[in-house]
Design a protein around this ligand. Structure first.
Ligand SMILES: [Zn+2]
Ligand SMILES: [Zn+2]
Length: 162
């Protein structure tokens, strides 16, 4: 599956968890149209991602993660972006660029910080929950881009368990 089209959010048809889309980089550093899907949650899965549009499933059946702290207790959806995120490999070379999701899910705790546009507090919260300290600058940039492109209003997420 490849093509220049921008797809909506994708989920894995096997586990109904969200997938991240990465555009593979060519040798000269340009983003190609090849898209690779990986599970958002960086734990071992016993299957390869089977990408399907999230829109094909009822929202309350999907496993969703807070796009900030990864909590599964998501409450609110915000629209911001798209924000292009460069991912570096172990040799600090640009590996691929991800078009970050337009819709961002947030748990109640992160939503309280989003209302206050509290970037440092959001970064501190995410790092206190286990993200390495050396991601601080990247997270700060990412959240500043989020607030720059944040659209007014928010939407309540439908979930079976809250
Ligand atoms: Zn899966
Ligand atoms: Zn959160």
């Amino acid at each position: 599956m490849s093509g220049p089209r921008e797809t909506g959010p994708m989920v894995c048809a096997v586990c109904l968890e969200p997938l991240n889309a990465f555009h593979v980089m060519s040798q000269d550093g340009a983003a190609t149209t090849d898209v690779v899907y990986v599970h958002v949650l960086k734990v071992a899965h016993d299957h390869d991602p089977d990408p399907r549009p999230a829109a094909e499933h009822a929202e309350e059946d999907l496993t969703m993660f807070c796009d900030f702290c990864s909590s599964t207790q998501v409450k609110w959806a915000y629209r911001a972006g798209p924000i292009r995120v460069a991912v570096l490999n172990n040799e600090d070379q640009l590996e691929h660029v991800s078009g970050a999701t337009i819709e961002w899910a947030a748990c109640q705790r992160c939503a309280e910080l989003i209302v206050r546009r509290a970037v440092p507090a959001l970064v501190n919260r995410v790092i206190s929950l286990g993200v390495p300290e050396d991601a601080r600058a990247t997270l700060t940039e990412l959240y500043e881009a989020f607030f720059l492109t944040l659209e007014p209003g928010r939407r309540r997420i439908r979930q079976k368990r809250t």
